[in-house]
Ligand binder design. Structure first.
Ligand code: ADP
Ligand code: MG
Length: 235
């Protein structure tokens, strides 16, 4: 079974009496351990799709299933729980808390677990894995852009997600640092975590298992899930 699938997903935004159709009926499937890169021009619906994959937003119509369960049939609380158990996020602007150290920032999504020692152990281990073992007690303004991004990735992994979503994870970084981050995403996939990134950087395609191209709210290539559909629109 695919980790997450979408069937005929439509997303409309209504603002000031005008309706914008951001996603015009798309089908997709993401498998465990897969590294998918979403590309496309500005305004093509990439962030909208990522928000729907992350259960941060719901489609106007169409079906999204996480582990075979229809997301629309979950209560808000169920959706929130599934999101924190299953999905990690890396945002372009990191959103690190400036008054917390690197290690404390990584711990934040797991504070409610009520296991402070284990959380600290895991946060330290994740930072070491990201090559930041000597920066755990540094504050964000003492870290470079690439280091902050790696803290954000460590934070996204603290709850052992099945799905890691990243919007422009390499956008602010030089190529060399971007390569380090993408290598790390590759390692994460090897642990059966699905990674979905939105990117403008062409070279991300070298790392991804699959590139999904969005144009004007439609997928023009790389939908995925061909093994289960038998349809002729999937590639
Ligand atoms: P991308 O990430 O590819 O640049 P988005 O998913 O952000 O594209 O946006 C797709 C379309 O939906 C754009 O036309 C955008 O203006 C519109 N849009 C996105 N979010 C909103 C919103 N909250 N309200 C109204 N329109 C939106
Ligand atoms: Mg966007």
């Amino acid at each position: 079974m695919s980790l997450i699938t979408g069937t005929d997903v439509v997303k409309e935004y209504v603002t000031g009496g005008e309706t914008v159709r951001a996603l015009k009926g798309i089908d997709f499937a993401v498998e465990r351990g897969e590294f998918v890169s979403i590309v496309g021009p500005s305004g093509s619906g990439k962030s909208t799709l990522l928000n729907i994959l992350g259960l941060l937003d719901t489609p106007t119509s169409g079906i999204v299933e996480l582990d075979g369960a229809d997301v629309a049939e979950m209560t808000t609380k169920e959706r929130t729980d599934r999101r924190s158990e299953t999905i990690g996020f890396v945002f372009q602007s990191f959103f690190l808390v400036p008054t917390l150290t690197a290690r404390e920032n990584v711990e934040v999504p797991r504070l409610l677990a009520g296991e402070p020692k284990e959380t600290t152990r895991r946060a330290t281990e994740l930072l070491e894995r990201m090559g930041l073992g000597d920066r755990t007690d540094h504050y964000p303004d003492e870290l470079s852009g690439g280091q902050k991004q790696r803290v954000a990735i460590a934070r996204s992994l603290i709850n052992d997600p099945d799905l890691l979503l990243a919007d422009e994870p390499t956008g602010n970084l030089d190529r060399e640092t971007g390569d380090v981050i993408l290598d790390e995403f590759g390692n994460i996939c090897n642990e059966d975590v699905a990674v979905v990134t939105v990117t403008h950087d062409d070279y991300v395609a070298d790392y991804a298992d699959r590139v999904v191209e969005l144009i004007d709210g439609r997928i023009v290539s790389g939908e995925g899930g061909s093994e289960r559909s038998g349809g002729d629109t999937r590639v």
